[in-house]
Design a protein around this ligand. Structure first.
Ligand SMILES: O=C(O)CCC(=O)C(=O)O
Length: 299
């Protein structure tokens, strides 16, 4: 049975900007997600450079495939297209977004054991502001996730605060400058849980994640959803004519809803356009250690 959020969970989401919901996918459904993911990853052995599907670690070679992200899996693979519409994922969102929900986009982020790359602090809103902020991202955990394999980390309550600058030297870089905010990052909460759990974070919530230092991988399927009457200000990521095909629950809206929220546009674009990993290459002010930093420190 799909899960409906409790009043306490809804209150907590509204106050803190995040939730972890347990047992959203289990048994054969979780096994199928893992199988389908592994089949896509196996395809990376034929690839030498980033393309429309694969974002590769710098150390990737076809004989030793290292995939950092599967880009837009719903566009390339029928199974993932169906999963974006799965009632087990959508039902808990109804109390947060309303009965009409549009799928905005998604990706699978992989953090391989021992070197999986960090993601610098950012707000998704800086990448894709909408006419209102009833927008969120869900994260299905494919693997048990604890503090050592690079969980998503969130800064509670920041979804009610400012939109931070995500630019560096005049270009969007998809990362905040941690030194330029008064946030106390020691208060970050790791979103840990068993495989099959689903994280939910508000589009304005500050979040990031550290390198995976464990000997276990951490795969996270991130799906982004919006209230159907929130219209993206950046794009179009999806051609307007196809937009209603992305309504995954309920109906397209008769009108778009505009509600005030602090917006910064992600322009001019990052010199390294592509995934967040590519964008953040230009940040020049890292918070999280990378594998290369650790190697340098080890001499
Ligand atoms: O994979 C992660 O740990 C964080 C990913 C993320 O925040 C993003 O891709 O926007």
């Amino acid at each position: 049975m799909p899960i409906t959020l409790t009043d306490a969970q809804i209150k907590s989401y509204n106050e803190n900007g995040y939730l972890v919901v347990e047992n959203v996918l289990s048994g054969e459904k979780l096994a199928e997600l893992r199988r389908e993911t592994e089949a896509v990853i196996a395809g990376a052995s034929a690839v030498t450079a980033n393309d429309d599907v694969y974002d590769l670690e710098d150390s990737h070679t076809p004989s030793n495939p290292r995939v950092r992200r599967i880009k837009n899996p719903f566009e390339h693979f029928r199974y993932f297209e169906g999963l974006a519409r799965d009632p087990d994922i959508l039902t808990p969102l109804v109390s947060l977004l309303g009965p009409d929900i549009r799928f905005y986009g998604g990706k699978m982020n992989m953090k391989s054991a021992g070197y999986g790359a960090p993601v610098e602090w950012h707000q998704d809103w800086a990448f894709y502001p909408h006419t209102n902020d009833d927008v969120l991202a869900t994260g299905i955990l494919l693997d048990d996730c604890d503090e050592s394999n690079g969980p998503l980390m969130v800064m509670p309550g920041t979804h009610k605060g400012p939109t931070y600058d995500h630019h560096h030297e005049g270009h969007f870089c998809g990362a905040m400058n941690p030194a330029m905010t008064s946030l106390d990052y020691s208060k970050a909460v790791p979103l840990t849980g068993k495989a099959g759990s689903m994280t939910i974070h508000h589009v304005r919530l500050v979040h990031g994640s550290a390198m995976n230092t464990s000997n276990r991988q951490r795969r996270l399927l991130l799906w982004e959803y919006a209230a159907a009457d929130a219209w993206p200000l950046v794009g179009p990521k999806t051609p307007a004519a196809e937009y209603d095909s992305r309504i995954v629950l309920g109906r397209p809206p008769a009108q778009i809803r505009v509600r005030e929220a602090p917006v910064r546009m992600p322009y001019p674009p990052a010199p390294h356009q592509g995934s967040i990993y590519e964008n953040q290459k230009d940040t020049g002010r890292r918070f999280f250690d990378t594998f290369e930093d650790r190697q340098r420190e080890a001499g």
